[in-house]
Design a protein around this ligand. Structure first.
Ligand SMILES: CC(C)(COP(=O)(O)OP(=O)(O)OC[C@H]1O[C@@H](n2cnc3c(N)ncnc32)[C@H](O)[C@@H]1OP(=O)(O)O)[C@@H](O)C(=O)NCCC(=O)NCCSC(=O)C[C@H](O)C(=O)O
Ligand SMILES: [Mg+2]
Length: 283
């Protein structure tokens, strides 16, 4: 799949210790999986989770889904052991929690000793404030918003409109876009509340996130729907491209579609919409 238009709509956390969930994920229509060794795994299960996860990845069967391993922080008693056990695993990226600076990313890069992309959880005040230098690290492939940790660190309240953490989310997005890395929104904790999830997905999509992290299979379909180009968006993109090509042939640089101007930059966006739609259709 073309990496520039690879979809990351639905990114499901799976506890690395849960064999049943590791098995189930092979058949779920998610774009990416985060195999978690951090928060979803209790301290007494940390060691066995490494083996369970290694075995699942060796066995494979995850198809086109991007496979991301979230290790424990390098400042914890498990981080170095996670890297040692999994650095050669068949995966697409390693996800480092609570990244505060580019030096944290470099520390993991040094320990890995390979060029597997590193993703960073942005979930601390320093991580947000240093997002630009973190995104600029040459091995950095993506940001994941850790909205639970962020709320804890900010001492803010959870609100449906997420106003208290909006600056952090947008700072992270600006940095991700400045350096062309993937940006995934945080989780929606009430996993049985479909309407609440839909609203938060739409907000994340409006902000510019590529997709959303999920904690339960019941969240997958809504999320895929919200982060896919809709039929209306696809149809509009086609008409914008056609209209622009027509005016271009007549030596002009501005078309009008549905009463709105269409210039070269809108055509670029329209082409991205069609490329993403076709990438999703090919899954
Ligand atoms: C939330 C859960 C504990 C709920 O578990 P459970 O009660 O077992 O759910 P169900 O009985 O409804 O499960 C139905 C079937 O689905 C499978 N399942 C459940 N969850 C997953 C999953 N995440 N991935 C794959 N499959 C899953 C069950 O095995 C059942 O299968 P079957 O036997 O065939 O019926 C549980 O969903 C869970 O543990 N979720 C993950 C929690 C997690 O990963 N937390 C850490 C990430 S969130 C975070 O840390 C964010 C960040 O750092 C921040 O700061 O914000
Ligand atoms: Mg967290």
């Amino acid at each position: 799949m073309d990496a520039t238009v690879r979809p990351f709509r639905s990114v499901l956390y799976i506890p690395g210790s849960k064999e049943r969930a590791l098995e189930k994920a092979r058949s779920l229509p998610v774009d990416a999986i985060i195999f978690d060794l951090e928060d979803a795994v209790t301290p007494d299960a940390k060691d066995t989770a490494r083996d369970t996860l290694n075995e699942a990845l060796t066995q494979g069967g995850y198809g086109n889904r991007a496979r991301v391993i979230r290790i424990n922080g390098l400042d914890t008693e498990w981080g170095a052991g996670d890297v040692a056990a999994l650095k050669d695993a068949d995966c697409d990226a390693f996800l480092l929690p609570k990244v505060n600076s580019a030096a944290d990313v470099q520390a993991l890069a040094d320990m890995l000793g390979n060029d597997t992309p590193i993703w960073a959880m942005i979930e601390t005040p320093l991580g947000v404030l240093n997002a630009l230098e973190i995104a600029a690290h040459p091995q950095l492939g993506g940001f994941v918003a850790g909205t639970n940790d962020l709320a804890k660190e900010l001492n803010c309240r959870f609100r449906a409109d997420r106003m208290p953490m909006m600056q952090a989310l947008q700072t992270m997005l600006l940095a991700a876009r400045a350096h062309g890395v993937v940006a995934i929104d945080g989780v929606y904790n009430q996993f049985k509340d479909e309407e609440g999830l839909r609203a938060e997905c739409n907000q994340g999509r409006d902000l510019g996130f590529d997709g959303k992290t999920l904690i339960h299979p019941a969240q997958v379909d809504v999320t895929n729907e919200c982060f896919s180009p809709s039929e209306d968006e696809i149809e509009l993109a086609r008409r914008q491209i056609e209209a622009f090509e027509e005016v271009e042939r007549a030596g002009q640089g501005v078309a009008v579609v549905d009463g709105k101007i269409v210039e070269n930059l809108h055509v670029e966006t329209a082409k991205k919409v069609l490329a993403m739609a076709s990438s999703i259709a090919s899954l």
